[in-house]
Design a protein around this ligand. Structure first.
Ligand SMILES: [Zn+2]
Length: 412
């Protein structure tokens, strides 16, 4: 295989991915106007249904423009040896190979961040605003961007820096050093995410004493589930959409409820949603997901170690001298089919887990309140009630609402 062939392989993979994603989006689009499934017929009234149709179409068009823009950009960038240009800039301003790599990724990150900014801004202040979801102010938007840049630069810089240090000392063995590092960070993030990172963006307050707290505690006690940390997060400062999630293990485990969820749902519905989350925990889904992701990372790093110092990869991107950063970029393009596959498998597993968590909520609490809660959540976020099955297969981490309701209504 020559470097030219690798170059065309990369181009081919990018084109394939773009065509596949566009085709899936298109298939999903053809279902936008379909009649909602029987059990959801009464969810929206006529004008609400039209609003949800318009929302789907707006997001579809937006996605199309965005992906057309990025695929064109990346193809042009590759054709003009963009990575070689960035590589020489980095080499001009930095001496040490680790600094060169850090600067190289710093430039790429800044570039892609700046290019995605107008899209983020448009999505938040035009599309989400149009459907009355957005509650974020301009200043909050910019502050969020600033904080996430800082966080990415610090965290990303430190992690990447360590990987580069490993690579420079132990060569291709860097992969399992990195694996241990990433596994360690994943567990740490899972444990302390709510304490370390969430406060940078949101205010969390313990759920105050009252009916809801009592009902949650009664349920947790009945389930023999030690739950001291129940927090309410001020999600309403950015969006009207509602959510709830579970994080941490052991004594660090906590449930986080969006204030919007408490506002929209009755107490029983909130407990039902929480029972679903408890189901994920009791069925070890959180642990399994963590283990699966750590195994996937290990496999990816091992593959990377086989290719990263291959001169042909660097030459395919127009760079004569192989280096870790160029090898990593080329590898990430070639890895696309594998990540497509792992993405599909992860989604299949995740949809299975969702059914199991629903079943858990049904058997330990009630199906009725989860059904009404899920319906309200879908309605308030103008959810797509008629996704295409191929789109679901590739992209949905949760089963479509109609399938979840069918499962909850069955054998109850
Ligand atoms: Zn779930």
């Amino acid at each position: 295989m020559t470097s030219e062939l690798v170059f065309y392989l990369i181009i081919g993979l990018i084109a394939f991915n773009f065509l596949l994603e566009s085709y899936l989006d298109y298939l999903n689009y053809t279902k936008f106007d379909a009649q909602p499934p029987a059990q959801l017929e009464d969810l929206y009234d006529e004008s609400e249904y039209q609003k949800s149709q318009a929302y789907k179409k707006d997001k579809f068009k937006f996605g199309l423009v965005q992906s057309l823009f990025s695929v064109t950009l990346i193809l042009v960038f590759l054709s003009f040896d963009g990575f070689e240009i960035v590589n020489s800039i980095a080499r001009e301003y930095a001496e040490h190979s680790i600094m060169v790599s850090l600067l190289f990724f710093g430039i790429l990150f800044s570039g892609s961040f700046l290019l995605s900014l107008p899209f983020d801004y448009y999505f938040t202040f035009v599309i989400e605003e149009r459907y009355d979801f957005n509650t974020s102010s301009r200043s909050l938007f910019w502050l969020d961007k600033f904080k996430s840049i800082l966080l990415t630069l610090v965290l990303g810089g430190v992690i990447l820096g360590l990987i580069l240090v490993f690579y420079s000392y132990v060569g291709t063995d860097f992969w399992w050093y990195t694996w241990i590092l990433v596994a360690f960070i994943s567990v740490l993030l899972n444990m302390f995410y709510a304490k370390l990172f969430v406060p940078l963006f949101n205010k969390q307050t313990p759920l105050k004493e009252g009916e809801l707290r009592t009902e949650i505690e009664t349920y947790a006690f009945k389930m023999n589930f030690n739950l001291k940390n129940i927090f309410v997060i001020d999600g309403s400062k950015r969006s009207k959409k509602a959510n709830a999630y579970f994080s941490g293990f052991g004594s660090e485990k906590r449930i986080t409820l969006f204030d919007t969820l408490i506002k929209d749902l009755t107490n029983e519905e909130v407990v039902a949603v929480l029972a679903h989350e408890v189901g994920h925990y009791k069925k070890n889904h959180i642990l399994i997901n963590l283990v699966v992701s750590i195994i996937t990372v290990g496999f990816t790093l091992w593959l990377l170690s086989l290719f990263v110092s291959e001169p042909m990869l660097a030459q395919a991107l127009g760079v004569e001298e192989p280096s870790f950063h160029i090898g990593l970029v080329a590898f990430s393009f070639l890895y696309a089919p594998i990540s497509l596959l792992t993405g599909i498998l992860t989604n299949i597993l995740s949809r299975k887990f969702e059914f199991q968590a629903d079943d858990f909520a049904k058997s330990t609490y009630t199906a009725e309140h989860l059904i009404s809660g899920l319906k309200k959540l879908a309605k308030n976020s103008l959810s797509n009630l008629t996704p295409h099955s191929a789109y679901v297969f590739f992209h949905y981490s949760h089963p479509p609402l109609s399938e979840r309701l069918k499962n909850l209504e069955n054998n109850s």
